[in-house]
Design a protein around this ligand. Structure first.
Ligand code: AMP
Length: 307
């Protein structure tokens, strides 16, 4: 009964209109694990880092119930490095640099203790590695969720399509959905993407919330209007962690429960953006999460009489 999380663990350098960070800890699997560990344990992490990745960061995650048997430490290579710059609206960003380093030749090994997992979260990573992990599992998990990004659409589209054919839920942002489908309308894009494999599609729209598609059904979760957004980096991964953490906790993979999952994902993402990197995620308590979920409920509940 557990969740496997696969993804990058990284150093990031971020520039926003409000500030600039030096190399700080980031990576898709880092954010997912911090977020999901509020809801479910153990989390079985699969990733790779270099000699320069601080051991304390791994220890802090271990203390949250994140197992590190599947995280390789390459003593002669550097960790993955990504740098990005946000535009004034904070919804769009440019990737300034992507240095794959340890990710370039990463061959994941799924430890025996990870077999029999019920849920698999494939965070943003080389598509061939995502596929390799699926193939190494002796039993198919109950639900496979995948995140990816435009970078992989541009450099590894064929592999990406192979992974898509194997997963249940895909998460991408709106521009990635358009790029993958060649459709501007998100409804048409969703239809095309669901034909590529995933039965469910989640399209993240930054400060405009997220859409969940399944067959002819659509559900919308808002994002919380926040007074200050410092750094949106990792918001998508934190959303993914909240979503899969909730699904793994409840073990319910119905569309109805996924609706709750995207509300929880949105609530978690709203914390992430309040400070740089993982800082805010490390501070929050169960009570903070509950209070925020309450605010989400108030944000969207209304009564109406049909005219
Ligand atoms: P998000 O803001 O949720 O899209 O995720 C940002 C995180 O993704 C950062 O912490 C980066 O380290 C990580 N990242 C950026 N580019 C890649 C990539 N090509 N593959 C894997 N992880 C990446």
């Amino acid at each position: 009964m557990s969740l496997i999380v696969v993804g990058s663990m990284a150093f990031d350098a971020i520039e926003t209109p409000f500030g600039k960070s030096d190399r700080i800890i980031g990576g898709a699997a880092t954010y997912i694990a911090w977020s999901a560990s509020n809801f479910t344990k153990p989390i079985k992490q699969i990733s790779v880092v270099g000699y320069d990745f601080p051991k304390e960061e791994l220890k802090e995650l271990e203390a949250r119930g994140v197992h590190m048997d599947g995280v390789q430490i390459k003593m002669d290579e550097k960790s993955f490095f990504w740098s990005g710059k946000y535009h004034m609206d904070m919804n769009t960003r440019d990737t300034i640099d992507t240095q794959l380093n340890v990710l370039a030749n990463f061959q994941p090994v799924v430890p025996e203790s990870y077999q029999d997992c019920e849920f698999l979260m494939l965070g943003n990573l080389v598509p061939a590695v995502q596929l390799d992990v699926i193939r190494q599992l002796k039993k198919r998990p109950k639900l496979i969720v995948m995140d990816t990004m435009n970078f992989w659409m541009e450099v590894a589209l064929d592999d990406l399509k192979k992974v898509l054919a194997e997963v249940d839920v895909l998460m991408v942002n709106d521009s990635e959905a358009r790029e993958l489908s060649n459709e501007y309308s998100l409804v048409k894009a969703a239809r095309k993407i669901m034909e590529m494999g995933p039965k469910y599609l989640i399209i993240k729209k930054g400060e405009h919330g997220a859409l969940l598609f399944h067959e002819e059904n659509v559900f919308f979760a808002p994002a919380l209007p926040l007074e200050d957004v410092f750094d949106p980096t990792g918001a998508g991964d934190t959303f993914a962690g909240g979503f899969i953490g909730h699904i793994a906790r409840t073990k319910d993979i119905s569309f109805e429960n996924m609706k709750t999952g995207i509300i929880i994902g949105s609530a978690m993402a709203s914390f992430c953006v309040e400070k740089f990197g993982t800082e805010r995620l490390k501070e929050i308590t169960r009570q903070d999460i509950d209070d925020r979920l309450q605010r989400f409920q108030e944000l969207v509940s209304f009564e109406i009489e049909l005219v």
